[in-house]
Design a protein around this ligand. Structure first.
Ligand SMILES: *Cc1c(COP(=O)(O)O)cnc(C)c1O
Length: 392
């Protein structure tokens, strides 16, 4: 059981406002803040090099912390600056030539899709979209139909940015592996609210961010590269941390996942992310998942009961992302009206998930994403304010 009084004490911002944007950029708890700020202060006293050396052990332990949280080995973890940086490093390391195929799904995230279409065009590879079933969930049978020996990679979004959907990771991985394809799992909206486990899911590559449900600092991310998958990759974004310049005309790449890191990074933010991983682990991801799901279901049911409000969530299994619109009111206006009443949500256009949004004829939506620190009274408050907005 989560001690909700304790987590709210750790999260002052969650008491002053109804914060429903953990899918955007959540509120870091006090232990994360303390760690980050203390390190910035130390850098100002002794300089960044010495400050980092003082925390070398903790930075090193961070790999084991992330590995424990994500169900892999410490050598399979790389720390990066964002989910997108993680995803791009993994994607560009997958060999791809003319005639090869890449499969994406209807839930594909904007930046991932851009990279896939751009690179496929450059090398003459083919991109196919795996259809969804009637619930919006990736259709595993359709995936099996599309798979053949030319498919190098299946890109799977665990929980999309724009709908409440959770995709069936294990089934997708099994299908892809049967055909010899790698799976790159975008767990950006999953990590920190749902169980993301490399060993259990079998995913070869997993990208995620620190700032969303994990409640870490902005500018942080993780890439998991399973050992077996690493042997099939050809990393291209390397420097003198990820590789060694052994002779004037020769370089040797690291053999672990850190080949995907660069030498320079924000030590304060990395320490903050490690603290965020510990914080989530201490609460327990299963308890977090349950608390988030309950809150999201309460919002969906409440919103569905308000005149002129439409909930747009998909999926058989639902995440903590609740997407909706108010008839006749632009998403941005809903967001701004909520902000005036001390409620934080986000509003987005179709670009983040263009395939899915176009298919459903949606151009924008409001997103409410409640974390475990949001109280039941705050959920009611949100619903009351939305009802006010919809009525005027
Ligand atoms: C936010 C998001 C990303 C990108 O995360 P960054 O931290 O901006 O790199 C990737 N995939 C999904 C599904 C997202 O919602």
């Amino acid at each position: 059981m989560i001690d909700f009084d304790a987590v709210r004490t750790d999260t002052p911002g969650a008491r002053e406002r109804v914060f429903l944007d953990s899918a955007g950029s959540s509120l870091p708890p006090e232990p994360v803040l303390r760690e980050t700020i203390a390190h910035l202060r130390r850098e100002s006293e002794v300089g960044g090099y010495r400050a980092a050396a003082e925390r070398a052990d903790d930075l090193d332990k961070g790999y084991a912390v992330a590995a424990g949280f994500l169900g892999c080995a410490p050598e399979e973890v790389a720390f990066t600056e964002s989910a997108t940086r993680s995803w791009l490093n993994a994607f560009t390391a997958v060999p791809l030539t003319e005639g090869d195929r890449v499969l994406i799904s209807e839930a594909e995230y904007g930046s991932n899709a851009i990279a896939v279409y751009h690179r496929a065009r450059a090398v003459g590879a083919q991109v196919d979209v795996v259809p969804s079933d009637e619930t919006g969930t990736l259709d595993v049978a359709a995936l099996r139909e599309l798979l053949d020996e030319r498919v190098r990679l299946v890109s799977l979004v665990h929980a999309p940015t724009n709908s409440g959907l959770v995709n069936p990771v294990r089934e997708v991985v099994e299908a892809a592996h049967d055909a010899g394809a790698l799976v790159l799992l975008d767990a950006c909206q999953a990590a920190g609210q749902l169980r993301v486990n490399a060993e259990e899911s079998g995913a070869d590559l997993i990208s995620l961010t620190g700032r969303k449900w994990l409640r870490g600092p902005r500018g942080t991310g993780i890439l998991v590269v399973r050992e077996e998958a690493a042997r099939r990759l050809r990393p291209v974004q390397i420097d003198q941390h990820s590789a060694t310049w052994t002779m004037p005309d020769q370089v040797r790449l690291r053999s672990d996942a850190r080949v995907h890191e660069l030498w320079e990074f924000s030590v304060a933010d990395r320490l903050g992310l490690i603290a965020a991983l510990r914080y989530a682990d201490d609460l327990g991801i299963d308890a977090i998942e349950q608390a988030v799901r309950e809150r999201a279901e309460t919002l969906r049911a409440g919103l569905a009961g308000i005149d002129r409000v439409r909930v747009h969530d998909l999926g058989r299994v639902r995440s903590g992302i609740v997407s909706f619109t108010v008839d006749g009111v632009a998403a941005d206006s809903v967001k701004n009206a909520l902000r005036e009443r001390r409620v934080t949500v986000s509003a987005s256009g179709a670009h983040g998930a263009l395939l899915d949004m176009s298919k459903r004829g949606l151009t924008e939506f409001v997103r409410a994403s409640p974390h475990y620190f949001v109280s039941p009274e705050q959920l009611d408050e949100f619903l009351t304010v939305v009802a006010d907005i919809a009525a005027t």
